[in-house]
Every structure is written in structure tokens, then in C-alpha cells.
Ligand binder design. Structure first.
Ligand code: MN
Length: 748
């Protein structure tokens, strides 16, 4: 520690709180690392804020010291307390965040940086929805929950010292506190912060009502306290008799805003909801809670419908207790809360209870040494989720409030806009107004011109620059993510670019169907039918829709193909007749080439199967060169007609049907398929081939964005009939745009 800095409490112009005095004294003696961090953060803040004063005239340092104290009371670790001291130095002094890191490490830097960032926003919300957006953004932005807790402590102290400010400013800050900060404290379960924030907001927002209720509560106090004393005595005695060890039975002050809220909500007079008397009983175990409840219901008459078991079903913020209302002495309703000590700590400190009570050692601070303890708020919440998996309400609220993949950005005026993750300035513009989107010229994000497809980040300030002559571009559909923006871009195109859209659609179809046939196709009956099936008046409307992307090329082409198929006579089967009809009498048969020929030895030659002996695959055969145009005649070996034929006219041939294993001889075929690119399309094709007993040797898929998938298959088939049958089956799948063999010799 620097010896020139102030070390004795007497030297300060403000009241150094007792705990801080102790820290400073301990620092002189020992070398506790945590204590050192706290003390040096205090001294640094003290020097930087020197000469600064609050509205009240007090030295400014009193504020950070009070914030640090609140965090310490909450059980915050040394980094949090240090951040409490330093939370205003980056904003209010010349210090940079880098200097904070240099002096106090990365952890303190992150906390101070987080708080500073949140302080920059002006949370003057206009509607409840806006307020909810602010709260969500708060949670989304603070990666470390401790940032929010520091911010809440800052706000609590500001609310405690709001008096010297001008009334308008008081009201603005109080409203923000009621709408943003009190609900946040509640969400984190920090009851003690929530109640005080609510009462202080109440005081400044509705001063008359506040004073009235304050007066009413004070007026009855003596009466009430006397009655409560008796009730407490009675309960204590009865619990002692059955052996329940009571930590505390206490009259419970109810906070003023709660009373007011209840009056307002139930539209009742103060006297009507005069269940101000509340008793809290703190016992050891869950089981004792229920036994205590039984005792209370035995001693006093319970009011039906007022019992709530928040132990069995905890509140979303983890609050647990048994609540009941009984008819107390003098016929007055009496609210009783029963809970364990642990539940009480959670009720008061919420998320912070974990820090405050996990250590019982004598140290002043809990220390975040192990990685485990440096949890992020998210991990902490996840732990709760695990613990409370019974509570659907809790899980739902987490999903609802914390895990939504939303991104929160600002308008230049400071309104928060929630957009889907990945949203861009285009989505933002259309969210503001359709016309803003339709005339968007460019966007400034955080003051800088940005490319339109830049995904927005939490906290970005987005400014849309419009011009009368600017219009949407179809290209925006490539990065606009919100459905409303996408629809409006399409709508705009639909309205303003009909001719262009029709032309674009014609080009698309030309590419797919060929230029020569397109003109006729567009006038054809199938095309008319397709337009009708797609709910368009005529073909031109259909083309316009295709042009601006309301329907896809695939949809049109598939429907068109179906219609053409339906309106034409069935395909001729002859082309794919088996190659070797055994009964054919001297019929000419075109030969196949290469090893795909059914008969080996006469590749490329014209042949026919002789009617005299009708050889079938498997039988030994021989070819005879004839003088006719029919080419070579194929005979069974031993056929009488072969005898006497001169040797030079005989050709040795054999069937290409079976291999040595007796399995059908197969021939490799390459197929190319164009298909709509969807998950599982290849699997479905392969399944159909497998049904046909066709072996697939090789399969490959080529996809490129916005285009049909190209599938390449190498299959083994026994004959063309089998191949054609399979191809038909595949072609009939709804996803298939085109299928063909990739051999020029084939005319499939
Ligand atoms: Mn502050």
C-alpha cells in the first residue's frame, strides 16, 4: 500500500463507516489479498472523486462508499465491493477502464465496465412493454449477474439520497426505479432491495398517498404492536411445548407500497385490508414449517383460501415460505409467514444469498478463488433451474425472460427495440415503420455507417437514414431475418416491379425448361392449371409471384411437371421393353455397346435371336453371320440349323446374364438427379433403389445456395427394365426436378 495515501479515518471529511475503518486498520497490519483489493479500490476512488460533491453538498465519495457497503452487506465478494467503490470513476473522472484493469485486475474491470455501460442508457420508458424490454436487455447485456447487483446497489443509494434533486428529476428516476430496477431486484429474488426501492419510488411518485399510508400505519402502531406481542408470546409457548426450536418469531413490518398496491388493486379502503399485522416464524427444517403451520391453525382460526405453500411450489425467483392468514386477537386478520432460516436468507438476498451464506468463516469477504465460485449469473440460474425442476412456473419464466434469443437495440431517441437474433438494420427499419424500410438509404450503427447485412448486437444504437428515392432491394431477403421485414420487402416488389418480376420469372423458367419450349409452355393448358392451383388469376400473375419470390421455381416446375404428366397419354412402354423377348421371331434388336451387351462376342453388331431354337440366357449359344440385313442370328449350340454352316460364318458368343457366382450380371450406370435441397432426400432415393435390389456403388451430392441439389449416383443394374423401373419410382418423388443417365449413348 502506498504510504502517502490516507490511512487514518480521522482524515476523511465524511463519516467512514465502521466496516471500512476495520478494513483500513486490518490493511495496516496484515496482508490479506481481498482486504487489500477493497482498501486500494477505496483509496483510488477517494483520490479521484476528491473535490466532487453531491447535490446535497456532501463529498461525492460518500456515494461509492455507501454502494460498496450495501454490496458487502449482501455478501458480495471483494471484486464486487471494489467495483462498488469504483463504479462511477470511469464515467465521472479522467480514469480509463484500462487503468482500472491495470490496478485491480480483469475481474474488477469487467464489473466496472458492465456497470458503466448500463449507466449510459436512458431508461425513461414509455410503456410497460418498453419497460419489460429494458429489463430483458439488462439481463441479456450483463454477462455477469454481479454487474446487475452492483447497479441495483447504486440505484438503491441514489434513491435513498434523492431528496436534494429537482422534483422532475426525482420523478423520472423514481419511475425508472419502479419500472426497471425494483422488478429486476424481484427477479433476482433480492427482497430487501426490492421493498426499499418500491417504497422509495412510491414516496416520490405519489407523495400524498405515501404520506397518508405512512400516517395510517404509524397511527395504529402502538395498538398493533401490543396485539402482536401477545400473539407472538402465545405461538412461542405452543411451539416450545411440542419441541420446535424457533429461531425467530417477529412482528413483520409491511412495506408501504405493498399496502398501497393492494388497496389500489382490490379497490379497498385502508381499513378493509388492514391485515397489516404480520408475523414471521423462522424454524429449522421444512418439516417444522408444516408442523408450525398446524400449530398456528390450531391456535387461531384460519381464513379459507388464504393458505399458500411456496415451499412445495417456490416462486419463480426461488422464494419459499408458507403463507396463511388467520383471525387473530380482537378479530383482526393476521398474516403468518413460516420459513426456514435458509429460505429467509433467500427471500431477503435472493441470488446474493449464495455469496452471503456459503461461508461461515470469520473473514470479512467471501473470496472468489476457485473457478467454481466465479460463476456467471447464467450458470447460477441454471443451477436453480436444476434444483427446482418441479416448478414449471420457474422454468417457464426463465425461458420467457432470460433465454430468449432476442437482441435489444436502441433507436437514436433511446427506445429499446427487441429483434430476433441475427437481425440487421433492415429488420430494424421495418420494425420502426414500413415506410422507413421502404425508403431506407443506409444505416448508422453506433454513429458509424454500416453495411446493411451487419447483424445487430445488444445495446447497438441504430439510426436509419432514409431518402425519397431509395427503395428496397431483393438482395435484402438474403439477410433480413424477421418475417415482417421479409414480407414487406416482397410486398413492395410485388407492387412496384411487376414487369421486372415477370421478366425475372421468365428467365428463371427459361433456364429450367429451355428457351425454345418456354413460349409454348406459357400458353399451354398445364401452365394455366398450375396458375390456378397456386391461387393466381392467370399465368402472368403466377410469373410475377415467382419473380418476387412469393413462390419458388421448384414449386412451379414440379406442379407443371405433374400437370404435363396428367394431361398427356401414358408414356410408351416400348422403349423400355426387355431386350431379349424369348419368343421374338427373327426380330431385329439393336445391340448395346461394350460390356452392357446381353451377348458377349458381338459387341456393336446387329443380331437377332433365332426362332428355330429360342435360346434363353444360360444355354450355350453360337452366332451365325447371315447374308440378310438382320445381322447375326443367335442359336442354341447343337441347333440343327447350325450344322453344316461353314466355320468362317460362325462366331463364338455367350450370354452376359450370369457371372461365375450365379448372381445376375450387373452393369454400372451413372445417374444425375436434380432435387429440391431438403434433408433426407438422398436417403429417400437410396431407399427406393434398395427396394429394387439395386446396388449403389457411389453417391455424391452437390449443393449450392438457392439452387437445386445435384445428386450423382453410380448404380449396378441387371438390365434396362430394372433401371427404368427404378428411375420412374424416383422421378415420382415430389422433390425430384430432373433425373437422367449421364451417358450419351443412353436416351433415358
Ligand atoms: Mn453511482
Amino acid at each position: 500500500m502506498n504510504s502517502t495515501t490516507l490511512t487514518a479515518p480521522e482524515q476523511f471529511q465524511f463519516q467512514v463507516p465502521h466496516w471500512l475503518q476495520e478494513c483500513l486498520l486490518a490493511e495496516e497490519k496484515g496482508n490479506n489479498e481481498d482486504n487489500h483489493l477493497v482498501c486500494s479500490a477505496f483509496q483510488f476512488a477517494y483520490q479521484l472523486h476528491e473535490g466532487q460533491y453531491r447535490k446535497s453538498g456532501e463529498p461525492y465519495i460518500g456515494h461509492p462508499v455507501a454502494v460498496a457497503g450495501l454490496l458487502r452487506d449482501l455478501g458480495g465478494d471483494s471484486a464486487m465491493i471494489a467495483a462498488g467503490f469504483l463504479h462511477d470513476v470511469v464515467e465521472d473522472t479522467e480514469t480509463t477502464i484500462e487503468e482500472i484493469e491495470e490496478r485491480f485486475g480483469a475481474e474488477v474491470r469487467q464489473l466496472v465496465e458492465g456497470v458503466t455501460k448500463l449507466s449510459k442508457f436512458n431508461f425513461s420508458s414509455k410503456t410497460e412493454r418498453q419497460a419489460e424490454n429494458f429489463r430483458r436487455m439488462f439481463l441479456a447485456m450483463a454477462k455477469d449477474i454481479r454487474v446487475i447487483v452492483v447497479k441495483l446497489a447504486d440505484r438503491l443509494h441514489n434513491m435513498r439520497t434523492l431528496q436534494p434533486l429537482r422534483p422532475e428529476k426525482q420523478k423520472r428516476i423514481a419511475l425508472e426505479t419502479r419500472e426497471i430496477f425494483a422488478p429486476l431486484a424481484n427477479r433476482l429474488g433480492i427482497g430487501c432491495f426490492k421493498w426499499e426501492l418500491e417504497d422509495l419510488s412510491f414516496k416520490y411518485l405519489e407523495p400524498e398517498a405515501y404520506r397518508k399510508i405512512q400516517g395510517l400505519v404509524a397511527e395504529k402502531r402502538v395498538d398493533r404492536e401490543a396485539r402482536l406481542e401477545k400473539v407472538i408470546e402465545l405461538l412461542r409457548e405452543r411451539l416450545r411445548k411440542i419441541g420446535i426450536n424457533v429461531f425467530e418469531v417477529k412482528g413483520r413490518p409491511k412495506h408501504l407500497y405493498g399496502i398501497y398496491h393492494k388497496m389500489y388493486r382490490l379497490q379497498k379502503e385502508f381499513t378493509e385490508i388492514y391485515d397489516l399485522a404480520g408475523v414471521r416464524i423462522i424454524v429449522n427444517t421444512n418439516e417444522e414449517c408444516y408442523r408450525t403451520l398446524a400449530v398456528a391453525h390450531d391456535a387461531f382460526k384460519p381464513i379459507p383460501g388464504r393458505f399458500k405453500d411456496y415451499i412445495g411450489l417456490p416462486k419463480p425467483n426461488r422464494y419459499q415460505s408458507l403463507h396463511t392468514t388467520v383471525v387473530g386477537l380482537h378479530g383482526r386478520p393476521l398474516e403468518i409467514q413460516i420459513r426456514t432460516l435458509e429460505m429467509h436468507q433467500v427471500a431477503e438476498y435472493g441470488i446474493a444469498a449464495h455469496w452471503k451464506y456459503k461461508e461461515t468463516g470469520g473473514s470479512n469477504f467471501t473470496k472468489s478463488t476457485s473457478e467454481d465460485e466465479k460463476f456467471t449469473w447464467l450458470r447460477q440460474l441454471l443451477e436453480w433451474q436444476k434444483e427446482l425442476k418441479d416448478s414449471q412456473e420457474y422454468i417457464d419464466s426463465l425461458k420467457d425472460n432470460l433465454f430468449e434469443d432476442d437482441v435489444y437495440v436502441f433507436t437514436p431517441k433511446g427506445d429499446v427495440i427487441a429483434l430476433a437474433q441475427g437481425a440487421t438494420a433492415v429488420d430494424f427499419a421495418y420494425r420502426i415503420h414500413t415506410e422507413v424500410g421502404n425508403h431506407m438509404k443506409g444505416a448508422r450503427i453506433n454513429g458509424r455507417w454500416s453495411v446493411l447485412d451487419t447483424p445487430l448486437k445488444n445495446g447497438d444504437i441504430v439510426e436509419i437514414v432514409t431518402s425519397k428515392n431509395s427503395h428496397p432491394s431483393l438482395d435484402w431477403l438474403n439477410f433480413a431475418v424477421t418475417p415482417s421485414a421479409r414480407n414487406r420487402i416482397r410486398q413492395w416488389y410485388k407492387r412496384s416491379h411487376r414487369d421486372e418480376n415477370v421478366a425475372r420469372a421468365q428467365k428463371l423458367l427459361e433456364k429450367e425448361l429451355g428457351k425454345s419450349s418456354l413460349e409454348a409452355l406459357l400458353k399451354s393448358d398445364p401452365m394455366q392449371t398450375v396458375a390456378g392451383r397456386c391461387n393466381y388469376q392467370n399465368v402472368e400473375d403466377l410469373l410475377a409471384a415467382l419473380g418476387y419470390g412469393e413462390i419458388t421455381l421448384n414449386q412451379v416446375v414440379n406442379k407443371l411437371r405433374e400437370e404435363i404428366k396428367a394431361q398427356q397419354p401414358p408414356e410408351e412402354e416400348t422403349e423400355f421393353q426387355p431386350e431379349l423377348p424369348p419368343q421374338t421371331q427373327a426380330k431385329d434388336i439393336k445391340s448395346d455397346r461394350g460390356d452392357r451387351s446381353p451377348i458377349i462376342g458381338i459387341e456393336g453388331m446387329v443380331y437377332y435371336v433365332a426362332g428355330c431354337c429360342n435360346p434363353v440366357p444360360g444355354e450355350p449359344i453360337i452366332g451365325i453371320v447371315t447374308r440378310s440385313a438382320k445381322g447375326i442370328s443367335i442359336h442354341r449350340q447343337g441347333c440343327p440349323n447350325v450344322e453344316g454352316v461353314p466355320g468362317e460364318r460362325l462366331i463364338p458368343v455367350s450370354w452376359n446374364r450370369s457371372n461365375a457366382n450365379g448372381r445376375p450380371q450387373t452393369y454400372p450406370v451413372d445417374i444425375q438427379i436434380e432435387a429440391i435441397d431438403r434433408v433426407g432426400v438422398l436417403r429417400d432415393i437410396l431407399a427406393r433403389l434398395s427396394d429394387e435390389n439395386i446396388n449403389v456403388r457411389n453417391a455424391g451430392v452437390k449443393t449450392s445456395f438457392g439452387k437445386p441439389a445435384l445428386i450423382f449416383l453410380s448404380v449396378d443394374v441387371t438390365d434396362r427394365q430394372q433401371l427404368e423401373c427404378s428411375i420412374k419410382k424416383i422421378r415420382n418423388m415430389c422433390d425430384i426436378l430432373n433425373i437422367r443417365r449421364i451417358t450419351e449413348a443412353d436416351n433415358l
